[in-house]
Design a protein around this ligand. Structure first.
Ligand SMILES: NC(=O)c1ccc[n+]([C@@H]2O[C@H](COP(=O)([O-])OP(=O)(O)OC[C@H]3O[C@@H](n4cnc5c(N)ncnc54)[C@H](O)[C@@H]3O)[C@@H](O)[C@H]2O)c1
Ligand SMILES: [Zn+2]
Length: 394
């Protein structure tokens, strides 16, 4: 298989005929949503919450929060970068100062959560408080964790501003922080009271961040939706141009897939594991490079290729399906190199990872574009061969 990082991107701009159908209906809101808004409901153990996806939703956020019936005192948690770029869109949402936490995964720890508690306590935030998390997955996870624990839990509304957060981390209720000894080791399940997704916010996202989120969209296509996979492939140019009308159905379909999976398995004991497609080898790559080389989605791109390779080796996936995945990843643009990384190192990291359950490595393998199987009998030899076929050294 050609290495994805070696080829120049060659995107196609074929217009797409396929139309996913969505149930569009007005929200029970004082201000009606834009006609092109998409609304999804997610059932969680703690109650159903709504996701609204609409261009310019940030400008209507106050009405959205009122309609979501969350407590009236609102505290924004955001980051300086996001606030500098987009803070003015959220004017009038609250009289309280936004709580800005430093950006970057290295600040995703308990001390930063402590700063949020400090600000809330100083401002006299009581149980009738809503946390509004405006930012990428890092802000969403950390603000969500603060909300899960402050006064034993106050509602959080997620307003994701990266593509990754809009299609993945804002939905499903996993919140948490890192520990010095590992990623996301401290956390809770705290489903949002509502999720407000405004694709217009993505206009300022650096291209590499945008692409990193798009790999997770490709993941959804492979695990659950050939239509989504085709749509990304055929509309890649318009997607990268951040055309909101093109992004809207892509984000909505991704959220719908994630929502349907987490509804069935909120606490990840079964089907939710399929969301880990690409994440077994992907986490190994992130870990051996100390989280510095890859954006998360980039490591997942390689992880998906490794899993597809494994599946082809087992005659569980047609070689042309693997080629379709590889060629889409190539078209999406360059990935950081992996040729200097040894398969043995990755293997060690993978077997240390938390997806080893009761001593067995759970691997999500694609069975076709649109379906997966979970296997527990992948051998070290097989994984090594798949890593090498994906470009790693022995
Ligand atoms: N809870 C979950 O289910 C879940 C799932 C996947 C990932 N995550 C977590 O999400 C985090 C990664 O999230 P991420 O990829 O969004 O990264 P991030 O939150 O670190 O944001 C990436 C960068 O983009 C900037 N940014 C955010 N919005 C922007 C905008 N609109 N314009 C310009 N710049 C903007 C941020 O300031 C930051 O520098 C990780 O901590 C990961 O563990 C959680
Ligand atoms: Zn991921």
């Amino acid at each position: 298989m050609p290495l994805p990082m070696m080829r120049k991107s060659a995107r196609r701009s074929t217009p797409l005929l396929l139309l996913l159908s969505y149930h569009r209906h007005p929200m029970n809101a004082p201000v009606p949503p834009a006609p092109d808004a998409i609304r999804l409901d997610v059932r969680a153990a703690a109650g159903t919450y709504g996701i609204e996806i609409a261009p310019d939703l940030s400008a209507r956020l106050a009405a959205f929060l009122d309609a979501s019936k969350v407590p009236a005192r609102r505290f924004i948690v955001s980051s300086p970068t996001v606030w500098r770029l987009h803070g003015d869109r959220f004017g009038g949402l609250t009289g309280d100062e936004p709580i800005l936490i430093p950006d970057g995964e290295r600040h995703k720890h308990l001390a930063t959560v402590g700063r949020i508690y400090d600000a809330l306590i100083r401002a006299g935030a009581d149980r009738a408080t809503t946390i509004v998390a405006i930012g990428g997955g890092m802000v969403g996870d950390i603000a969500g964790f603060a909300a899960a624990t402050y006064l034993r839990g106050v509602p959080v509304v997620q307003v994701p501003t990266t593509l990754l957060a809009q299609v993945d981390s804002s939905v499903g209720g996993k919140v948490g922080v890192n520990h010095a000894l590992g990623k996301n080791l401290i956390g809770a399940f705290h489903p949002p009271a509502a999720v407000a997704i405004d694709p217009d916010l993505l206009a300022t996202l650096p291209r590499r961040e945008f692409r990193a989120g798009l790999y997770e969209v490709v993941k959804y296509g492979v695990i659950a939706s050939p239509g989504l996979f085709d749509r990304v492939q055929q509309q890649l140019k318009a997607i990268f141009a951040r055309d909101a009308s093109v992004l809207l159905p892509v984000i909505a379909e991704s959220c719908r897939i994630k929502a349907r999976i987490v509804e069935q398995d909120e606490r990840e004991s079964g089907v939710r594991r399929t969301l880990n497609f690409g994440h077994t080898a992907g986490h190994g790559l992130e870990s051996v490079t100390k989280y510095r080389r890859f954006r998360h989605g980039e490591a997942i791109a390689y992880g998906m290729l490794v899993a597809a390779e494994l599946a082809v080796m087992r005659h569980a996936l047609a070689a042309d399906a693997r080629e379709r995945l590889a060629s889409l990843i190539v078209q999406m643009g360059p990935l950081p190199p992996v040729g200097d990384l040894s398969s043995a190192e990755i293997l060690e990291a993978v077997t240390r990872d938390k997806k080893v359950i009761a001593g067995r490595l759970h691997f999500v393998l694609p069975a076709a574009i649109g379906s997966t199987t979970v296997v527990t009998d992948v051998t070290e030899e097989e994984l090594t061969a798949a890593l090498i076929a994906t470009g790693l050294r022995t």
